[in-house]
Design a protein around this ligand. Structure first.
Ligand code: C2E
Ligand code: MG
Ligand code: MG
Ligand code: MG
Length: 288
């Protein structure tokens, strides 16, 4: 909304719409969490050279009975603003751990399930207890889950608290991933200080990397840096064979992207993974 002349507009009709929509979703979400309308879908992380599964990311899905699907890009920020992310995050952790236990019992080698955790959850006083309890109830080893945290978390004043929580997760054997690496407020300082196992390179470095030589250079630099510091590197968001091929050539541990699979319900994942392992040579990333 534009202010007319020098008259300030404090509250435009668009802002009011946004606000009302926000409040509506917040109300619906409260019921959705209680009624377990929230599910998780899973997206494979694939080693592009061997086609072995490197891990699987759990992604929250919400289908409202009347409104249809609502994307996490919409409801996660609202849940964070309202504090509902604590209950929502606990539910997602539970669903992901439940699935890990099922897959293990079925002999499906998923490696680990990656779970996105909001910075607000890290502030939850009993967060470590919640994680420990979920692992114990499902009889999981710490390293059967990986907690993904977006890098934006580390720029604010909360560093000490975050470092303590990460160290405690580490003690449980839980893997730690720095999500959306390179997307925002990168400070390379924390790469050295914080105990991550994995870097997830942000999708923005990937789109059209096959034709964009500068992006290839940036990707090489990130991989060299990450590898040099001992991180596993997962590249997010490769959608085409051309992108996958270039990324494989540059070298990474895994690719998570639509090319291999979109996020899908747990039941479909073992079949999806088999299909990836049966890709024809013409559908696989070649080496140049
Ligand atoms: P993220 O953690 O970076 O997850 C990856 C997102 O990229 C997912 O979107 C996934 O569907 C999408 N993606 C994967 N491959 C491709 C690709 O090849 N092309 C394109 N265009 N997109 C791809 P999604 O599921 O919509 O989730 C968006 C964000 O919402 C996530 O980004 C994460 O930040 C947040 N989120 C999702 N589930 C949860 C959750 O359970 N808890 C929390 N705290 N945040 C979540
Ligand atoms: Mg993630
Ligand atoms: Mg990401
Ligand atoms: Mg993200």
């Amino acid at each position: 909304a534009k202010a007319k002349g020098d008259r300030a507009v404090f509250f435009s009709s668009e802002m009011l719409d946004d606000f009302q929509n926000h409040m509506r979703i917040e109300r619906m979400l409260r019921l959705a969490i209680a009624d377990r309308e929230i599910e998780v879908h899973f997206q494979p992380q694939v080693n592009p050279a061997t086609h072995q599964l490197a891990g699987v990311e759990a992604l929250a899905r919400w289908t409202h009975p009347a409104e249809g699907p609502i994307s996490p890009g919409m409801f996660i920020p609202i849940a964070e603003a309202s504090g509902q992310i604590v209950d929502l995050g606990t539910l997602i952790l539970e669903l992901a751990c439940e699935q890990a236990a099922k897959w293990r019992a079925a002999g499906f080698g998923f490696r680990h399930i990656s779970i996105n955790v909001s910075p607000i959850q890290l502030w939850q006083p009993n967060f470590i207890e919640v994680v420990k309890d979920a692992l114990k109830r499902h009889d999981l080893a710490g390293n059967e889950i990986c907690i993904e945290i977006t890098e934006g978390v580390f720029v604010d004043q909360s560093k000490q608290r975050i470092e303590k929580v990460l160290a405690a997760l580490r003690q449980l054997g839980v893997l730690l991933s720095l999500d959306d690496f390179g997307s925002g407020y990168s400070s390379l300082g924390y790469l050295n200080r914080l105990p991550f196992d994995q870097l997830k390179v942000d999708r923005s470095f990937v789109s059209d990397i096959d034709t964009d030589v500068r992006k290839q250079k940036v990707m090489r630099g990130i991989l060299e840096l990450g590898r040099g510091l001992g991180f596993d590197i997962v590249v997010e968001g490769a959608e085409t064979l051309e992108e996958v091929t270039v990324i494989r050539d540059i070298g990474c541990d895994a690719i998570q992207g639509y090319y291999y699979s979109r996020p899908a319900p747990a039941l479909l994942i073992p079949e999806v993974v088999k299909k990836i392992q049966r890709l024809k040579p013409s559908e696989q990333a070649r080496t140049a």
